[in-house]
Design a protein around this ligand. Structure first.
Ligand SMILES: *[C@@H]1O[C@H](CO)[C@@H](O)[C@H](O)[C@H]1NC(C)=O
Ligand SMILES: *[C@@H]1O[C@H](CO)[C@@H](O)[C@H](O)[C@H]1NC(C)=O
Length: 387
């Protein structure tokens, strides 16, 4: 459609200069192509973009129930069979906070009159959760995540432009489990604040604590020394919890074999922080941004990039200086760490150019299972000793 639009503009420019019949024919033709692609775009929109939810986000010691309607209408939420709220201000984004106790909630999509429901039981102990990242508005991969887990961590970039239409696609198949989400650079271009309005925050859930960091400025991906220092001084205070297992989630990579790599300022501060807090049950750092899967282990802390769960695979081969390393589309074992974007490569375990999810099981050990979302095969399993 973009192409035919450009052609249309180009041919009308031509039209100003000559009025012969061939250029008129060209205009008519491109106008037809433009009009029909516009029609197709319009027809294909409403199906995708009418409704999503209800979703569940733990917020502090409460639970936020969230849903979206295409038009700014009042909707009613029924909680355990009782209608509890009709939004006072008609809006497309709907949020309602409830105490952290069992509930069954239902919302009717006003456009189709279909009821959507969700149930929640507060878990004491978390044994299974999954981690994904970089969905970029892709519903295909979010439909492959299963439901065999208690909690879903998302490392950011749920969308390309932060639009409700993209949230609809990504969340179309999200259903039953509570979500803790980091903000990605792409999400900041739009309406993400209506879903998650915390940037750097701590969220306890059952037996785990999740520390979500935000270290770049919107809307682009820029490391700001003052912001990074303030995030780490917050983290030094926040980490003093009694959670049995602590996980850090940040969209920006600490270590990465992907296209973007690491940023010295952020990575060295993270290493320093992890060294200062070696015995405080920090198990893993989950990151996003680079659209590859890669894992590292430094001392007993895993650092993993949650390979893209829908966004395009971005080949690190584009980075000239890594061409030789990435020739086979996978990497294994310690690698040479010889420039600022390759910090920590001596801790490298595995990298693949795949879309994946990480399944985390907490038992006597913590097991991280990396599953390819195209083949559903397990690519790697890591076991972590815990105290
Ligand atoms: C909700 O309650 C459960 C069970 O007591 C607890 O483990 C969990 O951390 C609580 N969640 C929040 C968000 O407070
Ligand atoms: C990356 O994504 C996979 C698949 O969702 C997940 O299993 C893994 O834990 C994630 N890793 C990180 C570091 O986020």
């Amino acid at each position: 459609m973009l192409v035919s639009g450009i052609l249309l503009v180009a041919s009308s420019v031509l039209f100003n200069n000559s009025t012969d019949s061939s250029s008129i024919a060209l205009i008519v033709l491109t106008s037809l192509v433009f009009a029909s692609s516009l029609l197709l775009t319009v027809i294909s929109q409403p199906k995708l973009n009418s409704f999503y939810g209800p979703l569940i986000f733990p917020v502090g010691d409460q639970i936020q129930i969230h849903w979206w309607t295409r038009k700014p209408v009042k909707t009613q939420l029924s909680l355990n069979g009782q209608v509890v709220e009709s939004n006072n201000e008609p809006s497309c984004f709907h949020n309602y906070h409830v105490p952290n106790s069992s509930f069954q909630a239902a919302v009717v999509d006003p456009h189709t009159n279909t009821a959507h429901s969700i149930s929640y039981d507060p878990p004491e102990i978390i044994t299974d959760f999954i981690v994904t990242s970089d969905h970029h508005g892709n519903s295909k991969y979010s439909s492959r995540l299963g439901a065999d887990y208690q909690l879903h961590l998302i490392g950011g970039d749920i969308s390309d432009f932060g639009t409700p239409g993209e949230f609809c696609k990504t969340f179309k198949n999200f259903h039953t489990r509570p979500i803790i989400m980091a903000i990605g650079n792409h999400d900041t271009r739009g309406d993400i604040d209506h879903i998650i309005n915390r940037q750097t925050y701590y969220q306890k859930f059952g037996s785990i604590g999740v520390f979500v960091l935000y270290v770049f400025q919107r809307p682009t991906y820029i490391h700001d020394p003052a912001l990074i220092s303030s995030v780490f001084s917050w983290l030094r205070q926040a980490i003093q919890t009694d959670d049995k297992h602590k996980f850090i989630m940040v969209h920006a990579p600490v270590y990465s074999t992907g296209l973007f790599g690491s940023t010295k300022l952020f990575t060295t501060q993270m290493e320093q922080f992890l060294d200062e807090h070696e015995n405080e049950r920090i198990r893993a750092v989950f990151q996003g941004h680079d659209h590859v899967f890669c894992s590292f282990k430094r001392k007993n802390v895993y650092v993993m990039t949650n390979a893209t769960c829908g966004g395009d695979l971005v080949s690190p081969m584009r980075r000239k200086f890594d061409q030789t390393r990435w020739r086979q589309k996978e990497l294994h074992g310690p690698l040479e760490s010889n420039n600022d974007r390759r910090i920590g490569w001596e801790h490298h375990l595995d990298s693949w150019l795949i879309r994946s999810k990480t399944e985390v099981h907490i038992g006597d050990k913590i097991t991280y299972t990396i599953r390819d979302l195209d083949t559903m095969q397990v690519k790697a399993t890591y076991e972590q000793e815990i105290d």
